[in-house]
Structures are given as C-alpha cells and as structure tokens.
Design a protein around this ligand. Structure first.
Ligand SMILES: Nc1nc2c(ncn2[C@@H]2O[C@H](COP(=O)(O)OP(=O)(O)OP(=O)(O)O)[C@@H](O)[C@H]2O)c(=O)[nH]1
Length: 368
C-alpha cells in the first residue's frame, strides 16, 4: 500500500483537492466526510493550505483537520513577493503539520500558477519538502485564462520557473484557457476542470496501487516523469460500453482528453498508458497497435492493464513533453504583460500625473 500526500495551495489548489476528496468520499452527500471511509486503496493524506479563511470554509468534502489557515488578511492579493514572505514566516508550522502525517512514497502539490498564495507558497514548499524527505514530489499546476490580466500572466511565468527550480520531480500542466472549451459560465467551468483533474489524479493513484495484468508501477511513473523537459500533462477517456479500446486510447490522447494543448505525437517524450475495464473490451491486438503508434513517435511507452469486471473501458495517459509550443506562447504573452506593467509604473513615476494635478492647489485655500 502506498502512502500518498496531496497538498492543495491557494483557492484553486484547495478546490481541486476538495474535488479529489469529493470523489474519494463517494461524491454525493456533503456529510459523507463525517462518516465515510475514503475510497482510496492507498493511505492518502490531504492538506489544504490558504491565507484566506473563506476559501478554506468553502471546501465541502475536506475534513476540518485537513485545512490549514495561515493568517494573512484575506489572501495575498496576487502579490507573490508578499506570499513568499508569508510562507517564510509560517514555514515551521506548515512543515510540522506535514511531518505529523507520517511517511510518504509520493507527494502531489496542487496550485494555480497565477494567484498569490498558491503560486508563491508552492515553490518554497516543494524546496523544503525535497530538503527534508526523499520521496518524489509532483506539482499539478493550473495555468490562467489568458484574458485574466497582466498580473496573473506575469505570476504564471515566474511561478512556473520557480517551481522548476525548486527541485520538483515533475510538473503536470492543466490549462484553464485550453479547458474552457468545456463551456459554461466561469463557476461551472471551474467545477468541470477541477473534476477532470481530480478524476485523472484518482485514476493514477488507483493504478499505482493496483494489481495489473501488465505492470506499471511507481518506478515507471517516476521514469516517465523524469523524461522530456520536466513538464507533463495527463489524458483520460472513459468510453461507453460499445466503444472499441483503440478509439478509447485515441480519445484519451486527443484534445478532448488532455488537460493541456499539445500534439502528443509531436511534442511527447515518454508516456505511460493505463487501460482499465472489463476484459471483454481489452483487445490485446488493438492495444498493442495504438501503443506502438505512440511509441514510434514519442520514444518509450509503459503500458499497464487493469482488469475490472463489468467496468466500461477507461484509458489514462501520462505524457512528458519535450517541447511545449503552447507554453512558449504563454511566455511571450507574459513577457508583454511584464513590459506593460513596467511601462505603466515608469509613466506614473516620470509624469507624476496625479501629483501634478494636486500640486495645482498647493498654497491655496477653499473660498466659500
Ligand atoms: N481550474 C480552476 N482554476 C481556478 C479556480 N479558482 C481559481 N482559479 C484560477 O486560479 C488563478 C487565481 O489563483 P487563486 O488560486 O484563486 O489564488 P490564490 O492562490 O488563492 O491567491 P490569492 O487569492 O491572491 O491570495 C486564476 O487564474 C483563476 O482562473 C478553480 O476552482 N479551478
């Protein structure tokens, strides 16, 4: 049995963690967490960390003991410099809470790249975890909608770089901009995206701790994640019962299954494909043909098969990327945003427009 740590930082990280707990506690009643056992095979410890009490209170499926409030106003207002200081001041407390949960085989830290708390807590937290423990740690990082503004874009650019420099064992990308194709208003888009990420992580945790017909394990996952440029994404598809397994695999690797925009056949570096379902769906010929097609363009592909009586076919693909054109696009938009912010600041200090307006009444008194 694996011991797994899942930490959600900031509002986005908290909500994804809550979506994971919702699935794990059976999903339906908000009271489930008070009396249910989690459905995990593994021993999973979850911790939500936030500076904003309201974000923690909003969680419906995460136990109160798993919510850690770090007092600082009502958040750090998207300011990563403030966030880094707040983390430093509270580091000992945060690390103590983690230490009390025992030993782990693997850890995940969930965060948005663009807010304040999650994006500034995650890099130093991973650095600290890597300093103190020797289990692998993966960051699951949500990229912003591109129209959310200059501060979020610059945060995303610096946060990703900081996470990469933190000693993390791999970064799994999910992109709000790409996933907004799911449609709906912002709140329902968030819920859909969070559920998509939660479902993929839970499938992965289940697979890493399962008896498989063809084995993939934590060692294989580590090898996949250490490939490419340290960046990865996850694809998933659950088919209707009639769908052939070859189409299910193709769907998992297509834009409708992925969390980040990439052509896996062009940008992929290593992959792990896990196929689950009733054995009547699991044609070895079809599976081998699809896996060979993938491995001929990406290099090594680990494959695992989990036979589950009566279950419809499901496919999960973890893919590390060699290049990521969409990330390059994001960085060029972010660089424009950084310049825009800088120019605005220089204009304010050079022109002192508002000061000039006020200075016109220097020495004058109101006359009634
Ligand atoms: N997918 C998804 N994205 C979210 C969610 N909530 C916020 N975001 C995105 O996360 C980014 C903002 O980060 P938050 O996580 O809200 O910020 P925070 O870490 O709590 O930081 P501060 O509030 O500034 O202290 C934006 O790009 C949002 O679009 C969510 O529930 N799901």
């Amino acid at each position: 049995m694996l011991n797994i740590l899942v930490i959600g930082n900031g509002q986005c990280g908290n909500r994804i963690l809550d979506a994971i707990n919702k699935e794990a506690f059976g999903g339906k009643s908000k009271f489930a967490k008070f009396y249910s056992q989690q459905k995990y095979k593994s021993n999973v410890e979850t911790i939500a960390i936030n500076t904003a009490m309201n974000d923690l209170k909003e969680m419906r499926f995460t136990k109160a003991k798993d919510r850690l409030h770090i007092p600082h106003l009502h958040g750090v207002g998207a300011n990563r410099n403030v966030g880094k200081h707040v983390f430093e001041d509270n580091k000992a407390n945060i690390m103590r809470q983690i230490e009390e949960r025992g030993n782990f085989d693997i850890g995940f830290v969930l965060t948005s790249a663009s807010g304040g708390t999650g994006s500034s807590f995650t890099p130093p937290l991973i650095e600290e975890l890597k300093k103190n423990y020797d289990f692998p740690i993966y960051a699951v990082v949500v990229l912003p909608f591109r129209e959310e503004g200059t501060l979020y874009l610059q945060n995303a650019a610096f946060c990703l770089k900081d996470i990469r420099d933190s000693g993390v064992d791999g970064i799994i990308l999910a992109d709000n901009q790409f996933l907004k194709q799911m449609g709906g208003d912002v709140q329902s888009a968030y819920n859909t995206i969070n559920d998509m990420i939660a479902k993929r992580i839970l499938f992965l945790l289940d697979a890493l701790d399962s008896e498989m017909m063809m084995v993939t394990d934590l060692g294989d996952f580590k090898t996949v994640m250490s490939g490419g440029a340290g960046l990865a994404t996850i694809g998933f598809y659950e088919a209707d019962k009639g769908m052939p397994i070859k189409s299910t695999i193709q769907k998992a690797l297509s834009p409708s299954g992925l969390l980040f925009s990439t052509d896996v056949y062009k940008e992929g570096s290593r992959a792990m494909v896990i196929i689950k379902g009733d054995k009547s769906y699991l044609s070895i010929d079809e599976i081998s043909t699809e896996v060979e097609k993938l491995s001929s363009s990406v290099g090594h592909v680990f494959k695992g098969i989990i036979v589950r009586k009566g279950e419809s076919p499901q496919v999960l693909a973890v893919l590390t990327l060699e290049v990521a054109e969409e990330l390059e696009n994001l960085y060029s938009v972010a660089v424009d945003a950084i310049h825009q912010e800088r120019e605005k600041k220089t204009r304010v200090t050079e022109q002192k427009g508002v000061d000039r307006a006020f200075s016109q009444i220097d020495g004058l008194e109101p006359d009634y």
